[in-house]
Write a protein of this length. Structure first.
Length: 365
């Protein structure tokens, strides 16, 4: 795609190529250095129609490409701590996983201390401990007591559109889920974020490597503005998989929105934010139709479809629609309204594979 090359975006890997990933690189002006977002890949789920050995090879291919891109990266951004979004230091299947966190890089990472669930709290510490150990450092030398005077705002208070939606016959069940979610959030605040030790922000290591929490901050690198958003739910309201930090990039008069994992977006307020940013290029991870209907219901699929249609009507130049969406054969049928609207509005909605001139792997099976 001409617009991708014009902006300097390289598509490293995504699910349409056969391994779980949503990794991209963005070149920095007047240099061979780049910014890499979410350098990671994982094997497809058991239901994906390939032998396990082939899935493992595809993951290996993905990680080889991603790690090679990281070697020349100045900045690495990790939006959250799911294994398909970062390379583990102890990954024995990867040649030189340390390249992702090498000397002199700026590592902009999701805050591991707040707006994070239990599993990602642990994964973040394992990753950061590994990065520090490469330099002979220990994580305990960078731990601090939790900041007690923070008022943790309930994130649902910032989602008036989602709260005001008419859920019809599903309204009672939705209300029950919201109440459970509030209790879960309160438990995270009081038993995790305010109770256990934090890792200090803005770590500068002897080799020039810098580790900083990105949540809600804006960075500038050689004319490229990177805005890391405050944490968004990974899917529905109070999604137990935690939070992610989407990214807004401005370069050379273009605006790029990178969704990370918002599963659609399912939440109406997130779609409205994207529309208001007026991005030229949008990376959307799409609804997880492979979980439908047992772990992903019809109501939330409907919300995701309506939200993408609203985004299409705002007339971006290109939507790269991939990741969770490309994990099962019926994905096109389940979201056919999206493609109908895209044709009507003359907006390109393509997978990573299609941008590279290939068919999505799942479409060939």
């Amino acid at each position: 795609m001409k617009i991708l090359s014009k902006v300097g975006i390289e598509l490293l890997w995504s699910d349409s190529l056969g391994a779980k990933s949503f990794s991209i690189a963005l070149s920095l002006s007047h240099t061979n250095m780049s910014i890499v977002i979410d350098p990671g890949a994982a094997e497809m789920q058991p239901s994906y129609p390939l032998p396990k050995s082939v899935k493992a090879k595809l993951r290996s291919d993905a990680l080889r490409r991603i790690v090679n891109a990281c070697i020349n990266a100045k900045v690495i951004i990790i939006t959250h701590y799911h294994h398909d979004h970062y390379v583990r230091i102890d990954d024995k299947t990867v040649n030189n996983p340390h390249a992702c966190y090498g000397q002199g890089k700026i590592l902009i990472m999701k805050n591991p201390n707040t707006y994070i669930n239990e599993s990602q709290w642990t994964r973040a510490r394992t990753l950061i401990e590994g990065i520090l150990s490469l330099r002979g450092k220990r994580i305990k030398d960078y731990t601090i007591k939790p900041v007690k005077n923070i008022a943790f705002e309930d994130p649902l208070n910032e989602l008036p559109l989602a709260l005001s939606r008419d859920y019809g016959d599903y309204a009672k069940r939705k209300s029950e889920l919201i109440e459970r979610g509030r209790k879960w959030f309160s438990k995270l605040v009081n038993e995790l974020w305010l109770k256990r030790e934090w890792i200090s922000d803005d770590i500068l290591l002897d080799d020039g490597t810098k580790i900083v929490w990105g949540d809600g901050k804006t960075f500038s690198f050689q004319g490229v503005e990177i805005k890391i958003l405050k944490p968004w739910f990974h899917g529905v309201e109070y999604d137990r998989t935690g939070w992610v930090t989407p990214v807004v990039i401005r370069k050379g008069g273009y605006t790029i929105f990178y969704s990370s994992d918002i599963m659609g977006p399912i939440i109406e307020d997130y779609a409205e934010f994207i529309i208001k940013e007026k991005p030229d290029i949008i990376f959307l991870d799409g609804p997880p139709t492979y979980l439908f209907p047992y772990m992903f219901n019809r109501i939330n699929l409907r919300r995701a479809i309506e939200n993408v249609i609203a985004i299409i009507k705002s007339k971006p130049r290109l939507i790269i629609y991939d990741h969770h969406l490309l994990r099962e054969r019926k994905w096109r049928e389940r979201i056919k309204e999206v493609f109908h609207e895209a044709r009507k509005e003359q907006v390109d909605v393509l997978t990573v594979a299609e941008c590279l001139g290939r068919k999505p792997l799942i479409d060939t099976m």
